[in-house]
Design a protein. Structure first.
Length: 221
């Protein structure tokens, strides 16, 4: 089966935080990765440090940052789905699923990466994950790709168990750092501390750049 990865997440930078390593490993092997990003994160409160964006310019700035991040991860196919930030939860899940379903039919991905609905903290994350699951569930069983869910709510391990997928990303740690840094308006301050933390051997930071974990989503029917 031909490999093709589809990443469906709501905000520019979700991919960098949770899946930049895995994405970079695939693109490094020549596997095509498509990123369907649902919004431009235009309601974000961070405007850069010192601020270089404002409410009007933020969407365009985040779009350019996202394109830079995609370059860092080797993503050649970026799809902007055009939903409004912070309102994804108010869209009809069926409608969002229609959009994602069309991409699934077009690309026939072997693996889909999205937020694990109910365990992804932000309402947009949960809504995007739920719409993606709904879209995949519409495919005939034998045509469904594997779905990796990203979960990080406080109760995710208690409710879902330990993640069944752990991927060593050490060889692409640099790409992950570059992808995060590309989202300048959101990450500049955070990134300035990361290099020092890595040097000091901070265990959480080290883990962040050495492995990524996912929960395989299991469909009921
Ligand atoms: Zn997000």
């Amino acid at each position: 089966m031909k490999e093709q990865i589809l990443v469906v997440l709501p905000h520019p930078d979700d991919e960098a935080f949770g899946a930049a390593g895995v994405i970079s490993l695939y693109t490094k092997r020549g596997v095509p990765v498509t990123y369907a990003c649902a919004t431009l994160g235009e309601m974000g409160r961070n405007m850069g440090v010192p601020p270089f964006a404002n409410r009007e310019t933020l969407p365009q700035i985040r779009k350019i940052e996202l394109e830079e991040a995609c370059k860092a991860m080797g993503i050649q196919d970026l799809r902007l789905l055009g939903y409004r930030d912070k309102t994804l939860e108010f869209e009809k899940p069926e409608d969002v699923a229609d959009t994602i379903h069309a991409i699934l039919v077009e690309l026939e991905p072997s693996l889909v990466i999205t937020h694990y609905p109910g365990y992804a903290v932000h309402p947009d994350h949960d809504a995007c994950g739920a719409a993606t699951i709904l879209a995949v569930s519409r495919l005939p069983k034998e045509k469904r790709p594997t779905v990796y869910g990203m979960a990080f709510s406080k109760d995710c391990r208690e409710k879902l168990g330990e993640p069944d997928v752990t991927i060593n990303i050490e060889e692409v740690a640099t790409q992950k750092i570059e992808a995060l840094a590309a989202h300048k308006s959101q990450t500049t301050q955070m990134m300035s501390g990361i290099q020092e933390k890595l040097k000091a051997g901070d265990p959480d930071t080290k883990r962040w750049f050495s492995q990524e974990v996912f929960w395989t989503y299991h469909f009921n029917d």
